[in-house]
Ligand binder design. Sequence first.
Ligand code: NAP
Ligand code: F7E
Length: 365
Amino acid sequence: MEKRKVALITGVTGQDGSYLAELLLEKGYDVHGTIRRSSVDFRERIAHLEGKPNFHLHYADLGDSMSIIGVIAKVKPTEIYNLAAQSHVQVSFDSPEFTADVDATGVLRVLEAVRLLGLTETCRIYQASTSELYGKVEEVPQNENTPFHPYSPYAVAKQYGFWIVKEYREAYNMFCCSGILFNHESERRGETFVTRKITLAAARIKQGKQDKLYLGNLGSLRDWGYAKDYVECMWLILQNEKPEDFVIATGIQHSVREFCYHAFKRVGIELEFHGEGIDEKGIDKATGNVLVEVSPDFFRPTDVVNLWGDPTKAKAKLGWNPNKTSFEELVNIMVDNDMAKVAAEDASQKVRTNLAEYLEKGIVK
Ligand code: NAP
Ligand code: F7E
């Protein structure tokens, strides 16, 4: 008899959840996703999947044990991908308790539900862990043995998630593991993460719909990959013989400033950066106009500034290719998507325009 392939994805409406759902449907899984009640019913990233026969949605919240137990009991998944989280680092300073409840205790709720329901032998669990655990880094580049130094309420909560997964693996022999994923972006990335904020602004500035882009720390260094490539790794981690944790990264590092340079270049604007710190500016070489400025509104109480992952273990043990999509290709995919999106926005789409203004003024981070 063919093995049941039933996946439950918490956070299916997010960037990663939507790509993972597509991947698992292609692989012949029955895919179940959790959603939260919202006053707006349109789920942009998964709208194209709703109505497919093997794709099912359930209401559940990581802050609500009963809903988690209910959905796991009903679906009896063979694989759980726990992607749900309050995932914005800056927001975790504004909502630290909520972040702890969802990103730390929420992980425990999923593990305990699987255990209490007697599914430990039949259900494998993937936990969405993060390079933010390395935080105020103690080693460059970072691998599976690098000590953690979490440096935000988000990272501290995720650190609990990481350790409780390890604890359940060791205490109850459960197949549960963490992917320590470095930043991964895409045309579906939330609009207040720095990459998407930049690609949208480059498109809007090019099309005369925005004057300037305000950013925080331009010197911050990240190892940025393409989300579509990274969800493949989540699946590979659960197909591995043994439950193990893996660093998932490209092994290549760039600054926020460099990301800006490449994004604007794609729309035909060459930026030159002059000045330092708060006075640094990105200037259009052709016109002399200042297009990028630094605003302290986007500085964090503690900022992680030197993330650079070493994906050697994932390459060797999972056969994963960390460089399928290059940094330049990633920037181009995002910018091209946003050029089309912005071109399609008309004057009546006030909401989007307002968001751009809020982003500029630092009201929405
Ligand atoms: P995302 O786009 O922000 O998606 C987060 C998902 O979690 C959304 O579906 C959201 O639902 C859901 N969610 C939030 N709070 C919830 C709650 N209380 N109960 C149930 N669901 C809840 O994040 P992402 O970029 O796809 O990241 C996926 C996971 O990987 C997250 O755990 C994130 O922390 C982690 N991670 C991301 C990166 C990255 O670079 N993208 C790197 C390392 C780790 P709504 O749509 O209803 O808000
Ligand atoms: O910031 C700097 C900011 O918000 C990247 C999440 O997916 O990846 C993500 O967290 C860097 C930081 O992502 C602005 O200070 C400068 O140093 O795009 P971000 P993040 O904080 O790295 C990790 C791996 C996760 O796990 C998280 O879930 O860019 N930066 N200027 C800015 N950041 C933002 N958002 N906005 C700015 O204007």
